[in-house]
Every structure is written in structure tokens, then in C-alpha cells.
Write a protein that binds this ligand. Structure first.
Ligand SMILES: *[C@@H]1O[C@H](CO)[C@@H](O)[C@H](O)[C@H]1NC(C)=O
Ligand SMILES: *[C@@H]1O[C@H](CO)[C@@H](O)[C@H](O)[C@H]1NC(C)=O
Ligand SMILES: *[C@@H]1O[C@H](CO)[C@@H](O)[C@H](O)[C@H]1NC(C)=O
Ligand SMILES: *[C@@H]1O[C@H](CO)[C@@H](O)[C@H](O)[C@H]1NC(C)=O
Ligand SMILES: *[C@@H]1O[C@H](CO)[C@@H](O)[C@H](O)[C@H]1NC(C)=O
Ligand SMILES: *[C@@H]1O[C@H](CO)[C@@H](O)[C@H](O)[C@H]1NC(C)=O
Ligand SMILES: *[C@@H]1O[C@H](CO)[C@@H](O)[C@H](O)[C@H]1NC(C)=O
Length: 410
């Protein structure tokens, strides 16, 4: 039961509410959710291998063998680091959720998830029988993606996020989640993806119920990797203090310009990526996605996903070696010498230094430096820009004008 105890105690977090009374531009109907992150999901996993055997789960194979469907699902899941607390139902039930730009349907673990489902162990589960505002839908939800099995049914209830509420939000009560969720801090996910069918996502309801004035949100992820303050999801406005700035000759603060790009159709916040350039450390430079490709943002992950052959070229150039779960490691003492990797978006360079695209984790007395890049061919040649990119660049999701914006974060 030691593991359960650990899982429950580290989910605690404090919701931070910020009213921008002093900012006339955005004086009302906007709010800011502080998101937390937990330290190292890999660490939890590796330290849990023995304990999990008591539940009949043997991860030794997954950890030591080559990439399998199980390991794909596992590390995808383990990258979910950013989460915040919301409340559901009336009287309200607290739950920890990720705000995921690469996912549309909100879901919450259900009280009906049977005790035999290992992934639900240790989580807060939504019990609709205890809520006066629950409304039944009952239609089934099922997704099976490379062994990633999520099964449940739709319900409606009120969600309390920061200081506001959204009533009659439709979401999935999940009755089956992959066993890997035992490592997670997450009891569910708020989908911030785009509406593509009759399902009304959370942010659309927020707008329809006139809970925010400006139909946009923005996401700041903390660059301090040691901090447990993961960043902020800012609903309804752009927070200038997160934008990089300089002082001009009159000592006026000049903020960097936000680059906006039209969003392409689909369920993700997709946009055109011109190319990816690695300013060669070895003998040559590398240009990836050389005739242009599509990228999306993924706030649920710390990583940067790209087509496997292209990510392999990056790893080859930075001397990264295969580690576990399809991840690659680099020698920690080379990080300061790693080449810059530059994403050209809208003709402008968005560069990442070695320390930005590596994640250092400490496991017992050992330090491991993992590359944030993950080769993944399931995204149809798209690049998925997660925390490693989004903590350098503040991102703005302007639903009203169907555009996405990026600017260097302060
Ligand atoms: C993993 O793959 C490598 C090379 O493809 C191979 O040499 C090794 O035996 C494989 N390991 C396992 C445990 O299958
Ligand atoms: C992974 O799953 C797909 C279908 O879900 C299957 O076709 C494929 O063979 C599986 N691969 C491995 C390595 O198990
Ligand atoms: C997915 O989970 C559901 C519910 O537990 C189960 O009925 C189904 O067989 C599972 N599917 C796979 C492919 O494991
Ligand atoms: C939702 O918030 C409004 C104020 O914005 C309040 O009048 C209403 O009672 C709240 N609804 C619930 C279910 O808490
Ligand atoms: C510029 O403004 C800051 C406060 O905003 C002040 O501390 C500083 O002295 C000013 N510098 C000059 C050169 O006026
Ligand atoms: C690539 O690196 C070289 C040498 O460090 C530098 O002079 C050049 O400006 C860099 N190019 C880009 C596009 O950043
Ligand atoms: C790599 O690109 C940089 C900047 O664009 C350039 O200065 C350098 O000469 C190039 N190196 C090689 C080997 O092509």
C-alpha cells in the first residue's frame, strides 16, 4: 500500500485565483489557473517496479525490451506532467486534471471504474450519484489506440474551474483506463482541442455561457524545471508579464511581437511549420521538414514529437543513445555544447538550446539526461510541440480569430 500512499499524497495542490483588477484592457471575465507538475514520472515508474509486482504487474519487460505498443502507451502517459485541480458536481468533488490542447473530449475517472482496473487505483473518482446537477446521457465512449484503451460513457455536470463554473458540461465518465494511470496525478483531462462535431468542448461552453469576454486562452509553462509550479492556463486574456520584453531609450517596456498563424482544420491546434534546422555540431547542418509540414501544440506532454526518421537524424547528430521506453539519452556534460535546433514558423526562427530540449532527471545517485525529442510515426508526419517548446514560447489560442500565436516567454 506504500505506492498508493505516495500516489495520493503527491497530487495535492493549491488552486491559485488571480483577478486582473488593475488591467483595464481585460478588466472582467478572465481568469488564470495555476498548473502544477510532478517531478519525474520516470522516477516514480522505476522506483515502483518492485512494488507493482505485488499488483501482478511486471514492468521489467517493458523497461528492458525494445519499444512495444505497451511502452508507447506508457511513455505517452508518463509525459503527462502538468495538472491543475478543478471541482465537479454539486456538492463539488475535487479532481486533478490536465488541460490538453491535443485532446477534445473532457473526461473524468468514474466511481464506476471497477476496483480490478489498476489504472483507477489511488485516484479521485467522480460519483454522479452524489451530485444534484448530474444529468444522464449514457452513450458509450471508446478509444483504442496502440493498446491505449479508454472506455466510458457520457454524462453532464457542472465544472468549477478557478472562480467560475460551466454548467451542463458533457464529459466522459471513464470506467476503464490503461493500467499505466496508476503512476499519474491525473484523474481526468479537460480537452482544449477544437470542436469538430456536435460535442461541445469545455472552452466553447465557457464562451457560450458568457463566462469569459475574449474567446481566447493562453498557456505559459514554467521554464524552471526544478519548480513544481508548472505554469498557467490563462482563460480569456494574454498576460503581458509572460512575454519577453526590453526597455527602449525612453525606458519604455517594449514587448516582443506575437507571431500569429491561421489554424488548419481538424481537431488539433494545427499550423504550418516551414522547416526545422539543426545548426550542425558535427560536420553538417540538418534541415528537417524541408518542404514544410504541419505542427500542433501538446500541453499534456513535455516532449517534442516528430517523424521517426527525422528525429533519428537529430539524435544521431547530438550523439544521443537509445535509453528505455523509446527515449534517448545524451551525456549530461555535453548539454551546453549541443547545437541549437530552430523551428521556422511563419518565416521566423524559434530556437531551442540544448538545455531546452533535454530533461535532466536524477535517479538515486545517477543523473540521466533525456532528449525531449521522440520519434513517433502515428502523427502522420506532424510535429507535436510539447513542454520543451512551450516553456520557451508563450502560446496563444485565439479561437475568435481562428489563429494560434507564439512569442518568446519572459
Ligand atoms: C532490441 O533491439 C536490438 C537491435 O534492434 C537487439 O540487438 C536487441 O537484442 C533487442 N533487445 C531485446 C530485449 O529484444
Ligand atoms: C501494435 O498494435 C497494432 C494495432 O493496434 C498492431 O498492428 C501491431 O502489430 C502492434 N505492434 C506491436 C509491436 O505489438
Ligand atoms: C478495453 O476495455 C474494455 C472495458 O474494460 C474491454 O471490454 C475491452 O476488451 C478492452 N479492449 C482491449 C483491446 O483491450
Ligand atoms: C455559477 O456561477 C454563477 C455566477 O457566475 C452563479 O450565479 C451560479 O449559481 C453558479 N452555478 C452553480 C451551479 O454553482
Ligand atoms: C527605468 O525604469 C525603472 C523602473 O521602471 C527604474 O528603476 C530605472 O531607474 C529607470 N532607468 C532609467 C535610465 O531611467
Ligand atoms: C549557426 O551557428 C553558427 C556558429 O555557431 C552561427 O554563426 C550561426 O549564426 C548559426 N546559425 C543560425 C541560423 O542560428
Ligand atoms: C551551417 O549553417 C550555418 C548557419 O546557417 C553556417 O554558418 C555553416 O557554415 C553551416 N555549416 C555547414 C557545415 O554547412
Amino acid at each position: 500500500m506504500h505506492l498508493l500512499h505516495k500516489t495520493v499524497t503527491i497530487v495535492l495542490l493549491f488552486l491559485f485565483v488571480k483577478y486582473l483588477k488593475c488591467n483595464a484592457e481585460f478588466e472582467s471575465s478572465s481568469f488564470n489557473i495555476k498548473i502544477a507538475k510532478h517531478k519525474s514520472p520516470f522516477e516514480v515508474l522505476i522506483n515502483s517496479v518492485k512494488e507493482l509486482k505485488t499488483y501482478g504487474i511486471d514492468f521489467t519487460n517493458i523497461l528492458t525490451e525494445n519499444r512495444t505498443n505497451d511502452s508507447v502507451a506508457l511513455y505517452r502517459y508518463l509525459d503527462n506532467e502538468y495538472y491543475a485541480q478543478i471541482r465537479v458536481g454539486k456538492p463539488s468533488q475535487p479532481m486533478n486534471v490536465a488541460f490538453d490542447t491535443a485532446w477534445t473530449a473532457t473526461w473524468l475517472m468514474s466511481e464506476q471504474c471497477p476496483w480490478t482496473t489498476i489504472g483507477c487505483i489511488g485516484h479521485d473518482k467522480y460519483d454522479h450519484s452524489k451530485s444534484n446537477l448530474y444529468k444522464k446521457d449514457g452513450r458509450q465512449f471508446k478509444i483504442e489506440d496502440e493498446g491505449y484503451n479508454l472506455t466510458g460513457f457520457f454524462s453532464y455536470d457542472v465544472l468549477y474551474v478557478s472562480h467560475i463554473n460551466v454548467t451542463d458540461q458533457m464529459f466522459v465518465e471513464m470506467t476503464s483506463v490503461p493500467y499505466t494511470y496508476i503512476f499519474s496525478k491525473l484523474d481526468g483531462v479537460i480537452g482544449l482541442g477544437l470542436q469538430i462535431d456536435a460535442y461541445v468542448p469545455f472552452f466553447y461552453n465557457l464562451i457560450q455561457q458568457k463566462k469569459i469576454e475574449n474567446p481566447l486562452f493562453s498557456i505559459y509553462l514554467n521554464r524552471d524545471k526544478q519548480s513544481d509550479h508548472g505554469g498557467n492556463i490563462i482563460l480569456g486574456f494574454i498576460e503581458k508579464r509572460h512575454i519577453h520584453s526590453h526597455k527602449d531609450s525612453n525606458n519604455q517596456t517594449i514587448y516582443d511581437d506575437i507571431l500569429y498563424l491561421p489554424i488548419k482544420s481538424g481537431t488539433y491546434w494545427q499550423f504550418d511549420l516551414d522547416k526545422v534546422f539543426l545548426n550542425g555540431s558535427k560536420d553538417a547542418n540538418i534541415t528537417l521538414c524541408s518542404s514544410g509540414c504541419t505542427a500542433l501544440t501538446d500541453t499534456s506532454s513535455n516532449s517534442i514529437y516528430g517523424p521517426k526518421d527525422q528525429v533519428d537524424q537529430i539524435h544521431n547528430n547530438i550523439n544521443a543513445k537509445p535509453w528505455l521506453l523509446g527515449r534517448y539519452s545524451v551525456a549530461c556534460d555535453t548539454i551546453s555544447k549541443l547545437p541549437e535546433i530552430i523551428f521556422y514558423i511563419g518565416g521566423k526562427p524559434f530556437s531551442l538550446k540544448g538545455r531546452d530540449y533535454t530533461i535532466q532527471m536524477t535517479w538515486h545517485s545517477l543523473s540521466i539526461c533525456l532528449s525531449a525529442f521522440i520519434g513517433d510515426n502515428s502523427l502522420n508526419n506532424m510535429w507535436g510541440l510539447g513542454g520543451a517548446f512551450l516553456s520557451e514560447y508563450y502560446s496563444i489560442y485565439d479561437l475568435g480569430n481562428k489563429q494560434i500565436g507564439f512569442v518568446k516567454a519572459a
